[in-house]
Each structure stands twice: as C-alpha cells, then as structure tokens.
Design a protein around this ligand. Sequence first.
Ligand SMILES: [Zn+2]
Length: 360
Amino acid sequence: MKGGLGCPLKKGDIGVLHFIRTMEIKFERYHLQSDLRSPLEGFETVSVPTEVRIDPLTKRRSRIITWGLPSPGKFDFSNMAEESKGCLFCPENIFQKTPQFIKEIVPEGRVCIGRAVGFPNLNPVGSYGSVVVLCHEHFLSLTQFTSEIYEEGLTAAIEIIRRTTAFDPDTRYWQISQNFLLPGGSTILHPHLQVIGDPIPTNEIEWLLDASSSYYQKNGTVYWKDLIQIEKELGKRYIACIGKVHWYVSFAPTGFNEVCASAEGHGSVATFGKEEIASLARGIASTLKYYDEKGLNSFNFSVYSISGEAHYQLLTRIISRAPFQPYYLNDWTSFETLHSELTSNIIPEELCREIQPYFA
Ligand SMILES: [Zn+2]
C-alpha cells in the first residue's frame, strides 16, 4: 500500500506535519495514509493512517499503527506454573543447583538481599552474566510484581555490579534486564533478572552514547535533562517524577507500550542510593499493573547503566510483548527484525494519559 502523501519520505518533505524545535530537540513525524475499500464498511473507501516518528536522539524511526488486534483475554497460567514448578530457581533447588561467583568477586558465592538471590549465569553471553532470582514463588502475575520485590532484586543486581566492577574496573557497560514469559524470550517461568556487564558496549548502548555525546558537544548539556524539561512543559508524554527518577513515554517508541525512566544525576546504577532504587522499583511495578489491566502478560525491560560518561543520564525502557496464549502471535515482524523499523500500536500521548493514574 502506498503512502498517501507520496514516497519516499525525506526530512523537510511535505510529509512533516508537526515540527517543534526547542533547544536542539526536534520532534519530527510523518503522516502516511492507506486508502482501501473495506469489506467492514460495505466496500466503501476508507483511509487508514500510520504515523512515522523519528526519535529526537537516535534518529531511529518508529511506526505508530492505529489499529490493533482484539485482546485474547486473560490466560490462566495455573497449569503451566504447576507443570514447571520445582525448577532450578525454586527455593528447594536454588542453593544446590545454581552456580557460585568466583571467590575474588563474591567470596560467599551468591548475593542474597531479602528474597532475591544473585549468582552467575550458567550460560553467559559475555564477560559477566548473572541472574537474580526475584522471589520464592515459581510464578507471579503482573500485579504480584510489587515495588518491594523489585527493590530487593535491583539491590542485589547493583551489589553484583559494584563487586564485579571493583574486581574488574574496565567493565563499564551494564544492563539490568528482565525477560518475562516465552514472548519476552525467557525459557524459565520463575521471575528473574539478567545482570550483564562487559568492557565493550552493546549496539544500543553505543548508539545512545554516540548520540548523547554529539548532543553534549553541540549544546553543552545532557540530552535527558533537556528532554525531561521539554516533556514537562509539553505535558503530553511526561508521566510522573518519583524521587529523582523521571517517568515518561517516548515520542518514538522502541516497542509496544514503551515507558521510559531517566534518573537525574546518575549514569550508572552503581551510584544509586536506597531512594533511587525504590523510585525505579515503584515505576516498574506501576507499569506492570497498567499492562495487566490492558490484558498483557509478557514484557521486557532494560536499565542501561554506564559509568564514566558525563553526557549520559541513566535510561530505563519497559515494553510489553505479545500476550502469551496458545499459538501466540509474535510481535516482531520483518519490520523489526530485518528493517530495524520499530512499531507501536498505541499513540504515545494516549499511553501517557492512560498510565498516569497508575503512578499516582
Ligand atoms: Zn521455580
């Protein structure tokens, strides 16, 4: 289907409907439209709009599609949880069957904070890959992921990062991530975090650093500080401030129902105090409650933690994934996998309005 306003699109084309320039942050978007004779409307001609937005920092494009598939309804996880319980992460196995850190990093073997237990990943994908099991329960629904669970889990993750960095100071690039359920890429149902650190950045970390370094050189300010100020003034995508952590919906999302956070004054979680950890934990739990109400059950999040970069301010992104159900539909199509063109099925400003009450 061709774009209603003509292709190919270029910056400055007539396709640019909306253009705000404040400081060096630009919110650019293109309107595309597909005309067709719809069987749902007696074969009358209808116009289906799509918006292409360009991320002000990374310049990556996102497609905001305005139609959605009907919700599959809530899936009952009780059989699945029953069949797989007694896993490696369950309390009766965790201290017998999971690996221990080398003595130079964690002499006691594992990092235990409240219910959270951190240990090296048996199948790492880099220099330092760890797992933090969040709770004793083998399965939690999204509403059962409380702030307290994340406070303990994040505290354990940060302790692993601090101890590893003390042992190997070259490990500056970290992620604390969660993949939940099969659509999120998790093979184990039992809720856990991934804590991964390397001396070289991931692609995403490098893109964020390169772009924010250019911004800093041009403007003499940190991109996320300016962004937060602008988003607060615009009032369309800024959700809430919890302590020093600002929560907002990105103009050009990297995935479905994406919610972001930026922690003022921090590039790395290693400098986090209890307050920052609690603020991050509360926002994650609030977002998951919103996802649950929307009939979603699977998600990914990542905290991008980078030390020693004055132009970087700590970013976290949470996205929902296609809800798990029998014969579930993967939400990454050729657009995302082979064209690096990200899609979202909710207008970011609408998402902000909907999710704000969950942060109250
Ligand atoms: Zn388990």
